[in-house]
Design a protein. Structure first.
Lengths: 560, 104
């Protein structure tokens, strides 16, 4: 048990030091495990079912509106599950439970951060997005602003976020398949690229939505069963579970309090801001609000999404503690060479997977492995679809063709873009295989909260905002968030290998500076903008306000 | 009735601006509550780790930080549900009435 101190302590220190709060979003380099046929067969079943659904969805996907928004025919409950499916990634399932397994309490701080963005979306964005937008979030800012610059900016903001998020997912898929299925990295990356392309290309938003719903239901069912099995071992007493965990864990009572995860308050607040407001700027999440028929359903979706995601995070906390109490007493079965000091077979992120074997046997472990991998597939499909719509709807149809384009041509362009993005995603996966991509998801959140969110927020809620202000402020947010992230320790020292302490930007996230800068620039430039175009845009605000608040004139089931 | 006319009538209806103001205030108050709870918890982690590690009662293993943390998760779900419920019933009814008046 003394030996355990080293490895668990080491793993936690790595998690804490490496990318601070971003650690849970990364799966790291993984050792290839023995081929797991149960998991492969289960995953094959999932793919079979989802491809069959894609075939059904393909028959319904005829227009650009069907492709982007499933014709606006998704209910609030379904959309809530799909949003949850989009958001609950393999990294949050395996990463958070792994973090709880390694350091207990710290995992809880982490999961809270990932949930608190949802009320902000509910209170400030969901309904207005639905009322003003049609296919992409650029429609919202584009309501009264000059289409050329604002849509070009919004498409760039979307694509940057999508690209960073894609890298994290593709590399995660490659590492995960080595662990879960015992297959090669390249197999995973190509397989994810190919299957995802089939979903999006033929089934568009309808297929993507159902893939996410099925995945969300599978993940929630699997996690519920695991948490239930763990709680049953302790007669449903959390106190009994914690007591046992403290007995067996090498860190003893330290797992019941905050550890090294947050020490510097500026980083803590900055990461908190990125998570809280970044969620409201993720293009693949925002586009989900256009799939429901009304503002009422949009609110219901986000209400359900918050409920499911929050419930899921409570489960992962129990699963992490369950892994402590079930795995540590049986080192021979779960640890490298049976020695706790050498860590879990496959690394700390495998805690939930090993626990699934402990409570449900090989078959259940196959199920959980398949679900974890299916999770990546669903997230990648959503990302690709939102990237494709940014290119085809914003750049091609609105900016380049000034809206003079028929639905069939627009649909064709989005399909071509989907193929390009699919190939691009596979290439990213290959290029970044050996890189430390722990910071990528945090970077995506930083860009989302510094570029997309301020522009959306100000264009909808501030009457004096103008195109020039929005584009200038958004661009400042975009560039500063990327630049400061590169200069931060997680990238400069950990990924780029510069000397420790040489990072020019000392904090874990740029959000507190880059998001503030974006808002300030939007305000100042808009205030100074006295052009005729600016006057026209301000004059349009009352009409925009009425539409955003009442839905009068809002696009009904997109395109009909 | 043309859409532009409805928009114009809504704009002239004092009830509309009153409604927007009331609802915005409500959204902002809830957003601030959420921020206070979340950033409060984070700052507690940053500045007073000792407090969060305190046991809930003598002889217990569970620390105060755990029910508080789970409490933040539950608070997030509940505050979202409260808004959705009120907006879907009360706010939508007021909004529908304003639109109906303008469409007559």
């Amino acid at each position: 048990m003394i030996k355990a101190k080293h490895i668990l302590g080491g793993a936690a220190a790595l998690l804490a030091a490496g990318a601070v709060l971003a650690a849970g979003a990364d799966l790291g380099q993984a050792q290839k495990q023995a081929t797991n046929w149960t998991a492969i067969v289960m995953f094959g079943l999932f793919v079979g079912i989802t491809l069959w659904i894609t075939k059904w969805a393909a028959a319904k996907t005829k227009t650009a509106a069907d492709f982007y928004t499933a014709g606006g025919g998704i209910t609030g409950f379904q959309n809530g599950l799909a949003i949850a499916g989009d958001y609950m990634s393999a990294a949050s399932f395996l990463g958070i439970s792994g973090l709880v397994f390694g350091s207990g309490f710290d995992g809880l701080i982490f999961s809270i951060g990932w949930l608190v963005g949802w009320p902000v979306i509910t209170f400030l964005m969901a309904e207005r997005l639905r009322n003003l937008g049609k296919f992409t979030f650029a429609d919202v800012a584009g309501y009264r602003f000059d289409a050329g610059p604002i849509r070009t900016f919004a498409a760039c903001g979307s694509l940057v976020v999508v690209a960073f998020y894609l890298i994290a997912q593709m590399v995660g898929a490659g590492q995960l398949i080595k662990l879960l299925f015992g297959l090669d990295y390249l197999v995973a990356v190509c397989m994810v690229g190919a299957i995802m392309m089939i979903y999006v290309l033929f089934g568009g938003m309808t297929a993507t939505t159902w893939v996410q719903i099925i995945k969300a239901v599978m993940l929630l069912t699997g996690a519920t069963f695991m948490a239930f099995a763990v709680m049953m071992q302790f007669g449903f007493s959390p106190e009994a579970m914690f007591k046992r965990a403290v007995e067996v864990h090498s860190k003893k009572d330290a797992i019941m309090g905050p550890g090294a995860l947050i020490n510097d308050p500026v980083s803590a607040i900055s990461v908190g801001m990125a998570l809280m407001f970044g969620t409201a700027g993720l293009p693949h999440i925002l586009m989900r609000f256009f799939t429901v028929p009304s503002a009422k359903e949009a609110r219901k979706s986000v209400g359900w999404a918050t409920t499911w995601i929050g419930y899921f995070y409570i489960l992962t906390f129990i699963i992490g503690f369950g892994a402590i109490t079930n795995l540590i007493p049986n080192p021979a079965d779960y640890f490298v060479n049976g020695e706790i000091a050498k860590g879990l077979n496959g690394g700390g992120n495998m805690a939930a997977v090993h626990l699934s074997k402990a409570v449900g046997g090989d078959l259940f472990m196959g199920f959980i492995s398949a679900v974890a991998f299916a999770t990546i597939l669903a997230v990648v499909a959503g990302l690709t679809l939102s990237g494709a719509s940014a290119v085809s709807h914003d750049l091609y149809a609105s900016v380049w063709r000034h809206g003079n384009v028929d639905s069939a041509t627009e649909l064709r362009v989005s399909k071509i873009t989907t193929v390009c993005l699919g190939i691009f995603a596979v290439l990213l996966g290959i290029v970044f295989e050996k890189e430390n991509v722990a910071f990528m998801v945090m970077l995506a959140f930083a860009v989302a909260c510094s570029a997309n969110f301020p522009v959306l927020f100000m264009s909808v809620l501030w009457k004096d905002c103008t195109t020039k202000g929005a584009v200038a402020g958004g661009t400042v947010g975009l560039i500063s968030s990327v630049a400061l992230t590169i200069m931060s320790p997680a990238v400069w020292e950990v990924s780029l290998g510069h000397a420790k302490g040489s990072a020019m930007f000392p904090y874990a996230s740029p959000a507190i500076f880059s998001m503030t800068a974006a808002f300030v620039v939007i305000y100042l430039v808009s205030k100074m903008d006295n052009s005729a175009q600016a006057a026209k845009e301000r004059a349009l605000f009352p009409a925009q306000l009425i539409r955003s608040e009442t839905g009068v004139g809002a696009s009904v089931s997109g395109g009909h | 009735m043309k859409e532009e006319d409805i928009v114009e009538r809504i704009q002239k209806n004092p009830k509309f601006m009153q409604f927007v103001k009331m609802r915005n205030n409500y959204s902002i108050v809830l957003s601030i509550m959420m921020m206070v709870v979340y950033f409060g918890y984070i700052l507690l982690v940053a500045f007073n780790k000792q407090f969060l590690a305190t046991k809930i009662s003598a002889g217990a293993v569970t620390s105060i930080g755990i029910p508080l943390g789970v409490g933040v998760l539950v608070f997030t779900i509940v505050i979202t549900a409260i808004y959705v419920r009120r907006a879907n019933n009360e706010f939508d009814a007021t909004k529908d009435e304003i639109v109906r008046e303008a469409s007559k």
